[in-house]
Design a protein around this ligand. Sequence first.
Ligand SMILES: Nc1ncnc2c1ncn2[C@@H]1O[C@H](COP(=O)(O)OP(=O)(O)O)[C@@H](O)[C@H]1O
Ligand SMILES: CC(=O)OP(=O)(O)O
Ligand SMILES: [Mg+2]
Length: 399
Amino acid sequence: MKVLVLNCGSSSIKYKLFEMTTKEVLAQGGIEKIGLPGSFLKLTLPNGEKKILEKDVPEHTTGVQFIFDTLTNPEYGAVKNLHEIKAVGHRVLHGGTKFSASVLIDDAVIAAVEECCDLGPLHNPANLKGIYAVQKLLPEVPQVAVFDTAFHQTMPDYAYLYAIPYSYYEKYGIRRYGFHGTSHRYVSKRVCEFLGIPQEGSRIITCHIGNGGSIAAVKDGKCIDTSMGLTPLEGLMMGTRSGDIDGGAITYIMKKEGLTPDEMSTLLNKKSGVLGMFEKSSDMRELEDAVARGEERAILTENMYFYRITKYIGAYAAAMGGVDVILFTGGVGENQATARAGVCKTLGFLGVEIDPERNKVRGKEAIISTDNSKVKVVVIPTDEELMIATDTMNILNNK
Ligand SMILES: Nc1ncnc2c1ncn2[C@@H]1O[C@H](COP(=O)(O)OP(=O)(O)O)[C@@H](O)[C@H]1O
Ligand SMILES: CC(=O)OP(=O)(O)O
Ligand SMILES: [Mg+2]
């Protein structure tokens, strides 16, 4: 059974086509700069080579059509006929409180995702455009929505509420929702299989550190707290997002600089984090290189970045009454040994001991703590797309 996974962002669409019987990736790529000059599709050929196809992509329907054309291209396509695709799974960013699991998309689901556009203004409208485009181009094919927020719906009220007038929670749904749920769900389950321990009784801290980053406290297989909030801005310092900041600083800057709410949102989401501090790049590889050259600002930025993650690990160990496993995933978590070592540097008091040799691993499942370490520290590469494809297949098989 072939399942297509789409991750539609405001100006991009990433895709992966799976053969679910073998879990093989038949095709993958993404369109960038939708609605902007210079849009293009970049795909990875089966031999690993990258190919760039330039084309004007003014909006998402054209984008999805372009992906379909690429998938059936006689030269580098992965299928002969689009009807080989039996289902499409979508990453949907915000499901509010309505969805604690993935669902088959129908009119009621679309209406509910539309209702969440206010809460996820950058992502939900784009996710809907992707769903509509598939409805238009492949009307017979069932579609499934997999929500970034779903896994976090098990958080207790005292963890998800903000200490503001309660009426804002009732009126507008202002609360912590959390994101990257598909990743936290996958890695927290996978690590138990990998270590041969039951989910029941386990206390796991999952650190998803990529361009966007979030941490979750997972007890007995269920999320009890996570660092992202109403939007994916809260928590860790990220590539371009500030993470936690005093609300007082926000209103102060707005007044001083005469910024509108939208301008302030852009500042915090796109111009802050590593980019705001380091100024040269938001990319952790470039930051790592600058640290190696001894650049002072780079060293400060890195210290801030690691310190925030360490603090969250301490907080979540306290929240769960201890921790058995600390897990790293995401582009940085999977690849950057310096980040993992930097984060764990002061965690010896919790019983964390990293083995520097084992920590050299990149992009592979591995234990990186010593045999004596009380807490197991593990790298598990995430696979959000495979998770979305698997949910999609399961929902169709149980229909
Ligand atoms: N091989 C690598 N070595 C070190 N860092 C990497 C590597 N690959 C990716 N990264 C870092 O991971 C981040 C991107 O992570 P990723 O999970 O792909 O982000 P997102 O999915 O949020 O776009 C970047 O900061 C990048 O520098
Ligand atoms: C929620 C979020 O931050 O997503 P991404 O990592 O894809 O930016
Ligand atoms: Mg990501």
